[in-house]
Design a protein around this ligand. Structure first.
Ligand code: ZN
Length: 206
């Protein structure tokens, strides 16, 4: 895309690095910012930089947080013995929106996926295993999407804790196979947590 300004070209190139934003959309956004008062661009860049600099990951569950321990983990009315295992923070948001889950979460930060070069060592698995071994977690609810990567990850965790005194369950699949949690509607997702099934049952399907 030939542009009369190198400065504009650079801004468009940076904006189009974002997922789902092509060159055309990036140009539209850049031109929009040029038309707005300069403060708007300052607020935008300030918000993004602040987020980047100051955001933390909860020490306990690895959820995104502004403080060392996230609001969910520090909430005394949440049952810390029930731990819902999810892939990323979007799943936490989706499940929280149902308002039906009163336990806490453990955010793995992804799924085991050899194709994408993601191995178990890149995920927050050791801290989860520790919660089970030290007796803090009495029940784990596996809530990863039911893809091959999700199943592989569940099974990898299962192998490490299967001899521990812990109840293992999986969210009931009202959601069709392969659907990501974040796209499931709240009623279905809420129901699938309430009617969770023993984890061993979910193993039999494979
Ligand atoms: Zn937390």
């Amino acid at each position: 895309m030939e542009m009369s300004s190198k400065l504009l070209e650079r801004a468009v190139a940076e904006i189009s690095q974002l997922p789902g934003i092509g060159k055309r959309t990036a140009l539209r956004l850049a031109l929009h910012l040029l038309k707005q008062p300069k403060e708007q661009t300052e607020h935008l860049t300030d918000a993004i930089l602040k987020m980047r600099d100051d955001i933390q990951f909860c020490r306990e569950c690895h959820n995104i947080s502004d403080v060392e321990v996230c609001e969910i983990c520090s909430n005394l009315s949440r049952d810390k013995s029930i731990v819902c295992v999810v892939e990323d923070i979007r799943d936490v948001m989706a499940i929280e929106n149902t308002g039906l889950f009163k336990g806490i979460y453990h955010v793995l930060g992804g799924k085991i996926s050899p194709i994408d070069g993601v191995g178990p060592s890149q995920l927050n698995i050791p801290t989860l295993v520790e919660k089970v071994k030290n007796g803090t977690a009495k029940e784990l609810i596996f809530a990863l999407s039911s893809t091959m990567e999700g199943d592989t990850t569940n099974f990898y965790i299962y192998k490490q804790i299967k001899d521990c005194d812990v109840v293992l369950s999986a969210i009931a699949r009202g959601i069709s196979v392969g659907d990501e949690l974040e796209f499931a509607d709240e009623v279905t997702l809420g129901r699938s947590i309430i009617h969770r099934v023993p984890f061993e049952n979910s193993l039999k399907n494979h």
